[in-house]
Design a protein. Structure first.
Length: 554
């Protein structure tokens, strides 16, 4: 993503040549410092007793999945709870087998069961799993005007379930569009009428970010509290989820401790003070894409890649002069360390660190026979530099691009393609060259996700940046108001979500590891760029989110 900046003001800066007039931005300093390094001793090792209890509880949950009647409400609720508690990665085969059976019996079930909550839950679980089940069953709950039928007007659980299901709609499913709009407004009005605090909190969270757009760890942290308050909760599942959450959290804390050592050695805060210093936020970003223990190496490398991409953005967007950026881009394009002597000191410092990250990537991927993937990763980083350079040229020449020109460049400068391909390059899952070529070709799911990223970024940063955005350009070209521009761009985001949903349904256009990565990156965008730029300003909402999943145990 493009890591939006605050308004850049021109000022002389001490990095590089003092007599050069440069832009600068008053970013807030790093808020975490060496916290995860200094508190290493407090992050307890996982004991043998904990590991044994964890394994025993996991087997007990497997028994529950097997013993519960296949297509019963209890089975579906169990799967939903397992997924929302963030532990479904332990039971992927079992859940897949159950949902394939549920899918086979779907036509029979939908004609025999008229309970809205269960119909919607079943529909959502199947859509989440990639099955393109029809949504016609919901037509009897929506009237001709698109409103909820009177018979379900006070069924909050049913309406909430339908709301969550409707977020998995694709283009052309008008019944789900109507259901989503009607459920949203109905739930907002019902929040004030219920005395059930737990249900009220659940509804508020859903309206804020639905399950389809929720990061697994953040969602798990919140749902654990809700599940604990549910009188019908399964004690073994709750205990397993809490234990698993804390064990994985300790692993993440240990990873951040090592990354903090790397960050301190770089010392970019002093050497490159013009750039945002957001190491922990970058780790939070990639943890939203894959948090599971087996992706430890991938998280370590991708955190560094995202951190370097953030500084790269600030080099082009905030600090570099046009002459410097011409030389800098040429060196990045050649990917040749021997060519950096002609560059200013600050650029040499940055490029040595950048090249070192990719040397580490080559070493780690060579161990698992995946060296070929690193070239794809490098090429995307080069391409990111190229589009950043294009935007810098627009700025220095005061050129106003057309909306079409802007989007062609801005979809790439959002960083979505670079981070997706780099993340696929370092996971242990076997992504073939053919699959990489497919991803690089920018297929529909990548295009839709890039549109979501770019437009949410621009909507969040509007009014706080001194460069053109989709909002400015749309207003100018269409002659519309700010409100109308926001409305149209939000509509484009909404439609792109539907396109993304479609691409995740069978027959799938890509393997599950690829789709999971693509989907999760888009979810991170929702968390960080809904209503504000929570990456650039990470002192409030982002700090609280990080604290909840990386500092405080459950």
């Amino acid at each position: 993503m493009e890591f939006p900046a605050s308004v850049a003001s021109l000022s002389a800066n001490t990095v590089g040549s003092n007599d050069v007039l440069r832009r600068s931005v008053a970013y807030h300093p790093n808020i975490w410092g060496d916290f995860f390094l200094a508190h290493t001793s407090e992050f307890m090792e996982i004991s043998i007793a904990e590991k044994e209890e964890h394994e025993w509880l996991k087997e007990e949950i497997k028994k529950l999945l097997v013993q519960t009647e296949y297509d019963s409400i209890l089975k579906l609720e169990l799967i939903d709870s397992i997924q929302r508690l963030g532990v479904s990665y332990h039971f992927e085969k079992e859940i897949d087998r159950i949902l394939r059976y549920v899918h086979q019996t779907y036509p029979i079930y939908e004609t025999e069961n008229k309970d809205l909550r269960m119909l919607a839950l079943r529909f959502r679980l199947l859509r989440q799993h990639g099955f393109h089940v029809p949504c016609d069953v919901f037509s009897e709950f929506i009237d001709a005007e698109g409103n909820l039928m009177e018979s379900i007007a006070y069924d909050i659980q049913g309406i909430l379930s339908l709301y969550e299901a409707s977020n998995y709609g694709v283009l052309g499913e008008e019944i789900l569009d109507k259901a989503l709009d009607s459920c949203s407004s109905h739930l907002e009005s019902l929040i004030t009428d219920t005395n059930d605090d737990r249900l009220s909190r659940q509804v508020k969270e859903a309206l804020k970010i639905p399950i389809s757009k929720t990061l697994t760890r953040l969602g798990a942290r919140k749902f654990i509290s809700m599940y604990k308050e549910d009188d019908s909760h399964n004690e073994k599942l709750l205990k397993f989820a809490m234990l698993d959450f804390n064990m994985v959290q300790r692993l993440h804390q240990n990873e951040l401790s090592h990354l903090t050592s790397w960050w301190k050695e770089l010392d970019f805060a002093n050497k490159l003070p013009f750039a945002r210093d957001r190491l922990v936020e970058c780790y939070f970003w990639i943890m939203g894409v894959y948090f599971e223990p087996r992706h430890e190496i991938a998280r370590k490398i991708l955190t560094k890649v995202i951190y370097m991409a953030s500084v790269l953005d600030d080099t082009y967007d905030v600090y570099g002069t046009l002459d410097e950026l011409i030389l800098f881009t040429s060196v990045v394009r050649r990917w040749d360390i021997s060519g950096i002597d002609e560059l200013p000191t600050y650029m040499r410092i940055y490029l040595r660190a950048l090249f070192d990250v990719y040397v580490e990537m080559e070493e780690e991927m060579g161990k698992i026979g995946k060296s070929y993937a690193v070239e794809y990763a490098k090429e995307e980083m080069k391409r990111l530099a190229e589009v950043y350079f294009q935007e810098a040229q627009w700025f220095f020449s005061k050129y106003k691009p057309t909306m079409q020109e802007y989007m062609k460049v801005a979809l790439l400068s959002s960083g979505y393609m670079m981070m997706t391909i780099n993340s696929l390059a370092v996971i242990e899952d076997p992504i073939t060259k053919k699959e990489f070529d497919w991803v690089v070709s920018e297929p529909p799911i990548l295009k839709s996700s890039s549109i979501i990223t770019r437009l949410m970024d621009d909507l969040a940063g509007y009014g706080s940046e001194d460069k053109y955005s989709a909002v400015h350009l749309y207003m100018n070209e269409k002659g519309v108001s700010e409100e109308e521009a926001f409305q149209e761009l939000r509509k484009q985001v909404k439609n792109s979500w539907k396109n993304r949903n479609k691409e995740c349904l069978e027959p799938r256009s890509a393997s599950v590891p690829i789709l999971t990565t693509v989907v999760n990156f888009t979810r991170v965008v929702v968390v960080l760029y809904t209503d504000e730029d929570a990456y650039g300003n990470s002192k409030n909402k982002t700090k609280d989110m990080i604290k909840s999943i990386l500092v405080d145990p459950v």
